[in-house]
Design a protein around this ligand. Sequence first.
Ligand SMILES: Nc1ncnc2c1ncn2[C@@H]1O[C@H](COP(=O)(O)OP(=O)(O)OP(=O)(O)O)[C@@H](O)[C@H]1O
Ligand SMILES: [Mg+2]
Length: 261
Amino acid sequence: MVASSLQLRDVGKSFPAPDQPLTYRTVLETISISLEAGELVSLVGPSGCGKSTLLRLIAGLDFPDSGELLVDEEPISGPSAERGLVFQDPNLFPWLTVRRNIEAGLAARGVLQQKRSEVKEFMRLVGLEAFADAYPHHLSGGMAQRVALARALINHPKVLLLDEPLGALDAFTRMRMQDEVLRLWQNRRTTMLLVTHDIDEAIYMSDRIIILTQRPGTIEQIIPIALDRPRDRSSSDFLSLRSEILELLHFAGNRSSQVTA
Ligand SMILES: Nc1ncnc2c1ncn2[C@@H]1O[C@H](COP(=O)(O)OP(=O)(O)OP(=O)(O)O)[C@@H](O)[C@H]1O
Ligand SMILES: [Mg+2]
């Protein structure tokens, strides 16, 4: 798989205020971010600062008011299977088996016949081969989220956008899934942008962490994580980075309470 670079230049977005529909409220302001092909970057910031909005703009599901979004220097003009989006809720079709859920996007795009052999490969990749014929209500939260990941990965996205994909999982499953996502990232080398509220997850996973301010979201700081992989969550380097970031969020005002959940 060939990954893509991603560039956001001075991206701004506003929405009508819910209480005053004629007034527009700025949600994102002059966001400039550059991701190298194959990079894994986390986006951390207070609730409502525009993280999901930013992912939706990159996914091409919405459009910015100002600025440019480019994938490999090409402007983003709408949704594309090359940019996969995975949400906190796996959003599986409850009436379809695991296999059919993974196939659904391919079927919708009319490419299922050519790609059918890959379905098995992706089920194996996320460790769900034995559950091909199971229905979503038979799956644990972690398994359902792996189906959602396989469904996004089968399109060979050059950019994978993850919006708190592990947010609903218990702490133990979440750590295991972090390793799964890292394994998938290392195997496929897709460019990943991960929204998370969990600082440990951001440090454990990312090449860089982008911290956004309260709404209107602007970039507060970009922190490179130079620790070797696999990372040790209890190493002194990890822990000092953790306290550095928490301190930064603390000094950034009352945001810390929302960001460290
Ligand atoms: N389609 C929309 N119409 C109007 N307002 C919107 C729309 N989408 C988002 N907003 C507003 O934009 C702001 C940012 O929302 P967004 O969902 O991007 O935040 P977030 O950073 O993802 O928050 P959280 O961490 O809680 O998921 C919120 O105030 C939200 O109400
Ligand atoms: Mg969100």
